[in-house]
Design a protein around this ligand. Structure first.
Ligand code: FAD
Length: 260
């Protein structure tokens, strides 16, 4: 699992019998196979967007799936994708009318996006660079949203500070300047990460309990709470705002919860 550590030992002519593993006890996981977090998928691994599939670390609701589980999910998704593509021609015909109706909205949306992208090339450029804002984001998340420097602990006060500071950085990111497409890509990568940061904070705020000690310590709610334990914290992003909803676990013998 850690070839770099083995190589480091070999390089120095030592081994585990004489020297401990030098570890950083952390795992920077936001969506991942070790947790239940990720995108909401159905049994075929289709997300809430038709035709978009998620497997492995990005697919939610299934903790501890690891490499092997991710591979299996990849296979399930691939088979479902083939099915989707095969039936797509029929679906396309059925959807033609709806598509024509929504074309206007689509063009409007594209125009807005074009304007947004163009702005980055004409922005005069502010005081900060992309890298500086990214550093600031990391620092906010580390110090106020349960990072390693605070031993994964956070509380409501800290999360509110984190939320406000991330919002400030999002505003500053809108003023960044791009010289070329590479700069533009870096700006959008930063914006994507800021959206993830904002979402993580909202999810941390919504779960009023500590369920996995050492991964996260909600200092306002240090105990496990059965009312909150048996729910998924889900969210949707609408008009830039995160809306949280709690979904109860259901008895899988009756229905598969991810279908709902
Ligand atoms: C510290 C740590 C230790 C772990 N230990 C174990 C272990 O011992 N055993 C075990 O079974 N599992 C372990 N896991 C879990 C396992 O590594 C993951 O569950 C598994 O790798 C997930 O596979 P995946 O294909 O879903 O995602 P990934 O392996 O993350 O693959 C996603 C790929 O997509 C690429 N990508 C991202 N964005 C883009 C883009 N825009 N365009 C193109 N490509 C893109 C990435 O570069 C990456 O290569 C560990 C994970 C971590 C973090």
């Amino acid at each position: 699992m850690a070839p770099a550590q083995t190589l480091k030992w070999m390089e120095r002519g030592v081994g585990p019998a004489t020297e401990n593993v030098e570890i950083e006890g952390t795992e920077p996981y936001i969506v991942g196979g070790h947790t239940s977090s990720g995108y909401w998928v159905d049994t075929d691994r289709q997300t809430t967007i038709a035709g978009l599939y998620a497997a492995g670390d990005v697919a939610g609701g299934c903790p501890q799936k690891y490499v092997t589980g991710s591979l299996v999910e990849g296979e399930i998704a691939a088979e479902a994708v083939i099915g989707y593509i095969t039936t797509k021609s029929t679906r396309t015909r059925n959807c033609q009318l709806t598509e024509i109706l929504s074309q206007e909205a689509f063009i409007e949306e594209e125009d807005k996006k074009y304007e947004e992208i163009s702005n980055y090339f004409v922005n005069p450029g502010g005081v900060y660079t992309v890298n500086q804002l990214e550093e600031a984001m990391q620092k906010v998340m580390d110090e106020y949203a349960g990072g390693i420097s605070g031993n994964y602990g956070y509380n409501e006060v800290k999360l509110t500070i984190a939320k406000n500071r991330i919002q400030d950085i999002i505003k500053l990111a809108g003023k960044l300047h791009a010289d070329d497409n590479y700069d533009l890509m870096k700006i959008y990568e930063l914006i994507d990460r800021l959206v993830v940061a904002k979402t993580v904070i909202a999810h941390l705020q919504a779960r009023k309990e500590t369920r996995w000690h050492s991964f996260q310590e909600n200092l306002d709610y240090p105990e496990q709470n059965d009312k909150d334990y048996f729910v998924y914290i889900n969210s949707i992003l609408k008009d830039g705002e995160i809306q949280i909803m709690k979904r109860n676990f259901v008895d899988r013998r009756q229905t598969y919860e991810h279908k709902n």
